[in-house]
Write a protein that binds this ligand. Structure first.
Ligand SMILES: *[C@@H]1O[C@H](CO)[C@@H](O)[C@H](O)[C@H]1NC(C)=O
Ligand SMILES: *[C@@H]1O[C@H](CO)[C@@H](O)[C@H](O)[C@H]1NC(C)=O
Ligand SMILES: *[C@@H]1O[C@H](CO)[C@@H](O)[C@H](O)[C@H]1NC(C)=O
Ligand SMILES: CC(=O)N[C@H]1CO[C@H](CO)[C@@H](O)[C@@H]1O
Length: 577
């Protein structure tokens, strides 16, 4: 097993995750199997209870693990499936060590940060890096370890020490370190001092940079690279220039151009890993597809406008996976994506009186959008606005995708307008909702008292129903008889209403294994009106966009039929390679 650690200095938020996942993606193009581990130096044990307002979205894994966004980044770039053990937090490692201490595993000895905690970290890394993460089912060859935070923080100290020891445990030829740093441009001058200081900190902690990745808004001058090399005691070929590019998807190609992989190849003696011809071919194909995809991005001229009707007042980050899934889809169909952010409350009649301009602006966006998306969410605020957006899409035959809450919203809208349930609502929003008004209900098997850990979480199957040959979403899924997607919900469509809804055209083409729980609905006689109870955005991959999203973007660009005929498969149109 080869380990590539990606750490960061100067400040956080300079794209360490993108650099780490791009490096992993490039190693994959050699035919290697790549996995990744994210180290988060905070005390939380479970991201599910963390506020989305502070941390952005909570990402859900196949195993139901709720993690922060970065594991999503690796899954999307590397096309792998990670587990909840692929994230290590300070809290998790401490509770692991404390639990062992309680069990008497340390034989009554004094338990200390060094060596007990640092050993536990190393053991964890070795164990988790071996878990197969792709469909080969084999142990990975390379593990990318992203160390969150900046080196030198109090928070990351035990992890830095553990990694210092780890380089000797696994041997020099199996351990490389990439340090991500910032080169600010001040008055037109590229400043290397922060990088020099960051590398000094790193070395003083016993870690030696094999590569220094310099983030800079512009291309580094030759003299800057030489300066970094000289003052940081590395060769110029070890300094990588990560300047701003057209999109983060271009970063792997930028690194490729700078021969980063050649350096890592020699440094980690990657030739010692036996690869089959198929492995190498698969890697080469991956690189070609990636190039085609970024080529699509640069060549996209026509715009597709998607109105995202949600709650943004605090953080757009909480919709990150949704945005990524839209990006993947629009790159595939060669359209430039324009997201129109619509604050759901601004669509409500009350806003017309209170904030006239916002109300008009919001409706202007909804009514000019090519497609409308109502993503998942929580809480009651804005739900009536979302209902109005869903009605607009349904009545005006505008492509629509609802996710989780979005499915429930659209079903409430339909029940009110078509089934005549004027006061139809969700028991999530209204306490003691009269039984005849219950469109969305609490899932019976879930214990209402205990928050957290009581959701329907993780990968679950959805079965397409008989007589669903007409369904566009089924065709998008390649006519599969069932699909597996990730869930995170506590409420569901009232099973008693299904028959009535279906007789009126809102058909639940996908249900769970009990045949009672609604997973996907699709409206007949509409260009694209689809909603899913699960979160398809969690499994969208850069080169394999989530199907419900692909359907929305394609229908919005008026090319859904072409997509269904396979016209936009990478490589189906030659040229770009
Ligand atoms: C960025 O995109 C433009 C067109 O949108 C293209 O001309 C240019 O070559 C791209 N740059 C890179 C580095 O890919
Ligand atoms: C649904 O419930 C919410 C929360 O109580 C309320 O604001 C809304 O007016 C209700 N809608 C209808 C049509 O009763
Ligand atoms: C799915 O089935 C439809 C009709 O039943 C057919 O037209 C289409 O080509 C099939 N698509 C795939 C990917 O098999
Ligand atoms: C912060 C975070 O992502 N925590 C998850 C990592 O894995 C543990 C289990 O090993 C989960 O319980 C956490 O949800």
């Amino acid at each position: 097993m080869k380990y590539v650690v990606v750490s960061g200095g100067v400040i956080s938020g300079i794209g360490k995750g993108v650099l780490a996942s791009s490096t992993g993606m490039l190693l994959k193009t050699l035919g290697l199997k790549v996995t990744s581990i994210k180290i988060d130096p905070y005390m939380n044990i479970d991201a599910g209870t963390m506020s989305p307002l502070e941390h952005g979205e909570c990402f859900v894994l196949n195993d139901g693990g709720e993690t922060d966004l970065d594991l999503g980044n690796y899954e999307r770039y590397l096309g792998v499936t990670l587990t909840k053990d692929h994230n290590i937090t300070t809290g998790k490692i401490y509770s692991h060590v404390i639990a062992r201490e309680r069990k008497g595993d340390y034989l009554g000895k004094t338990v200390q940060i060094v060596p007990h905690l640092t050993n536990a970290i190393q053991d964890w890394i070795e164990r988790v890096s071996r878990i197969p993460v792709d469909d080969t089912g084999l142990e990975p060859d390379v593990c990318i370890i992203e160390l969150g935070g900046t080196v030198g923080d109090i928070e990351s100290a035990p992890f830095v020490e553990a990694l210092r020891q780890f380089q000797f445990r696994v041997g020099k030829e199996n351990f490389a370190l990439i340090h991500v740093s910032l080169v600010p441009v001040i008055h037109g001058e590229q400043k290397t001092k922060p990088t020099q200081a960051a590398i000094k900190d790193l070395r003083s902690l016993g870690l030696i940079p094999d590569m220094i990745a310099c983030r800079c808004s512009e291309e580094l001058e030759k003299s800057t690279i030489e300066k970094v090399a000289m003052f940081c005691h590395v060769g110029p070929e070890q300094v990588v220039n990560v300047h701003d590019v057209n999109s983060t998807y271009h970063v792997p190609l930028l690194l490729l151009k700078q021969k980063m992989i050649d350096y890592l190849h020699a440094r980690l003696q990657l030739e010692s890993i036996a690869l089959t011809t198929e492995d190498i071919q698969r890697g080469a194909e991956l690189l070609n597809k990636w190039k085609a995809m970024t080529g699509n991005f640069d060549a996209s001229m026509e715009t597709v406008k998607i109105a995202l009707v949600g709650k943004y007042t605090h953080l757009k980050d909480s919709y990150l996976s949704v945005i990524k899934a839209l990006e993947h889809s629009s790159m595939k169909v060669r359209r430039k994506l324009e997201i129109m952010w619509v604050e759901a409350t601004d669509l409500e009649p009350e806003a017309q009186e209170a904030e006239k301009s916002k109300f008009h602006e919001a409706w202007e966006k909804v009514s000019t959008a090519d497609g409308i998306l109502v993503p998942g969410g929580f809480g009651i605020r804005g739900t009536e606005g979302m209902i109005l957006a869903a009605r607009w899409a349904r009545e005006n035959k505008i492509p629509f995708l609802g996710i989780c809450l979005g499915l429930q919203i659209a079903t409430i809208e339909f029940s009110r307008d078509i089934l005549g349930m004027k006061k139809g609502n969700s028991t999530e929003f209204v306490e003691n909702l009269a039984e005849e008004d219950q469109v969305v209900v609490y899932m019976p098997e879930i214990d209402k008292e205990k928050m957290g850990g009581t959701m329907r979480l993780g990968l679950r199957p959805t079965y397409f129903q008989e007589d669903s040959e007409w369904s566009k979403i089924k065709k998008l899924y390649g006519n599969a008889s069932s699909v597996e997607e990730r869930h995170r919900h506590r409420y569901e469509i009232n099973p008693k209403l299904i028959k009535d809804l279906e007789e009126n055209g809102l058909v639940f083409v996908g249900k769970d294994e009990t045949n009672n729980r609604c997973e996907i609905f699709e409206l007949k006689n509409h260009p694209y009106f689809v909603a899913t109870q699960y979160h398809p955005e969690y499994t969208s991959k850069v080169l394999d966009p989530s199907k419900p999203f692909l359907g929305l973007v394609a229908a919005s660009a008026n090319i859904l039929d072409d997509v269904l005929e396979g016209q936009f498969e990478f490589g189906s149109h030659g040229a770009e390679f």
